[in-house]
Design a protein around this ligand. Structure first.
Ligand SMILES: [Zn+2]
Length: 438
């Protein structure tokens, strides 16, 4: 029964190709830039997310779903569509975010970022890849099921959430789950094109932001010779930059140790890192080479294994910093301060989990006789995603969506139409396989 239903639905999706592209173009034309994204004008942008949610609600209704729009802030709606199953099957979530990142300088774009441009092979525009393409493909998978007369046994829950681009899961995916829209598996339509398109991504690393603040003692720059000759805990001067770099050296060695010491079978070796991304330092009074610097901050982005405990990662880092301070007279007397401004836990679903295996199989079946044929690549997301909140709620989840990861957030973002269609095909096959069909 499934094979026959599957081929009917896949035919329908191919027939809906132009309609899918047109719907994506409509979605891109809505400037749903996350209004709380850094350096954005909230009042100017708020409302775009609700508009996209409204567009999706229309598509979900065409698929026969009951829909609900609700938000944690005015103009920032989430949308959920529930396609009720006939009973006796497993339920499934299709999830994606309706917000996008800013387009930066529109003049750099070949085509204006919020006027979807369609050529023979691609849909261009902000959000074509991240991730209106995936959201629209999910909606069209549901629509094709309906048009092909395939009724699922389990419920299919379609989710379009606000706020993801600024990590506001509390008003997006977490709010939707808390409202009771859960299921027994979730496919997140983030773009997963990596080494090959439509990669299956069953894990997301933990992300931790750390700031280390080091103080020194300022003096005329010419005091450096005396400072070097007289290391002491009460010196004539102490360079906060020198001290900060001693700490950074130790953290770099720890990062090297992580290559062998912090591993996860879903990740390649060396994917867990302690990266120094911003340095700010100098003399408090005057950022000027005439002074020995008395303050320095180091900002790190740390990617750690999703199965590791946050406290364990933090304490390893704190001990490494403390080890440097213990051996250093100035730092012993003036201990560096460590703050953790942001944390986003990771999540994972085993490669051998029945849900991951089902999605791999669905992708393989859906792409037969297409340029994407073959067993899918399986690898983790490189960064934070909503996958975290599904696995934290006990819901197996994987990412799979159209578009290359390198296109996300970039100028001239564009998505291959063949990939959009193959993503929709994969979602439909996954729904039939997981939920069952009659
Ligand atoms: Zn995204």
């Amino acid at each position: 029964m499934n094979a026959e239903a599957t081929s009917r639905v896949l035919d329908r999706i191919d027939g809906l190709r132009d309609e899918l592209v047109a719907a994506l173009a409509d979605a891109i034309a809505i400037r749903s830039v996350n209004p709380t994204y850094p350096d954005q004008d909230y009042d100017d942008l708020v409302g775009g997310e609700s508009e996209v949610a409204g567009l999706l609600a229309g598509l979900y209704r065409e698929a026969g779903a009951e829909t609900e729009l609700f938000g944690e802030a005015p103009g920032r709606d989430n949308v959920v569509g529930v396609l009720r199953g006939s009973g006796g099957g497993r339920s499934l979530i299709f999830n994606g975010h309706v917000d996008v990142v800013p387009a930066d300088d529109p003049a750099q774009w070949t085509h204006p970022p919020f006027t979807a441009y369609v050529d023979g092979t691609h849909v261009w525009g902000r959000g074509s890849v991240d991730m209106k393409g995936g959201l629209i493909a999910q909606a069209f998978a549901a629509k094709a099921l309906r048009q092909a007369g395939v009724r699922l046994r389990g419920d299919l829950v379609l989710q379009g959430v606000a706020g993801e681009e600024n990590l506001e899961h509390h008003m997006g995916t977490s709010a939707v789950l808390e409202r009771g829209f859960t299921a027994e598996g979730a496919i997140i339509a983030e773009p997963t094109g990596a080494l090959s398109p439509l990669t299956v991504m069953p894990a997301t690393p933990g992300v931790l932001i750390m700031r280390i603040s080091v103080t020194g003692r300022s003096a005329h720059a010419a005091m450096r010779a005396r400072m070097r000759a007289e290391p002491a805990d009460d010196p004539v001067a102490a360079s906060a930059i020198d001290a900060a770099l001693r700490i950074h050296d130790a953290l770099r060695r720890l990062e090297d140790e992580w290559v062998e010491g912090r591993v996860d079978p879903l990740f390649e070796k060396g994917q867990f890192t302690i990266g120094l991304d911003v340095i700010d330092g100098g003399a408090r009074g005057s950022r000027n080479v005439a002074f020995i610097p008395d303050e320095t901050t180091l900002d790190y982005a740390i990617f750690y294994p999703p199965a590791a405990q946050l406290s364990e990662i933090q304490s390893e880092i704190v001990q490494t910093v403390a080890g440097v301070a213990k051996r250093d007279p100035w730092l012993r007397a003036n201990p560096p301060r460590i703050d953790w401004p942001m944390h986003y836990p990771g999540g994972r679903t085993d490669r051998d989990h029945p849900f991951t295996r089902m999605v791999c199989l669905a992708r393989e079946r859906a792409t037969l006789d297409t340029p994407f044929a073959g067993a899918p690549d399986v690898r983790p997301f490189p960064s934070a995603t909503d996958l975290t909140w599904f696995t934290a709620a006990g819901i197996p989840a994987v990412g799979l969506g159209p578009g290359a990861l390198t296109m996300a957030h970039s100028v001239d973002e564009r998505c291959a139409i063949d990939e959009l269609v193959c993503a929709a095909r994969t979602y439909a096959v996954a729904a039939i396989e997981w939920c069952g069909a009659e």
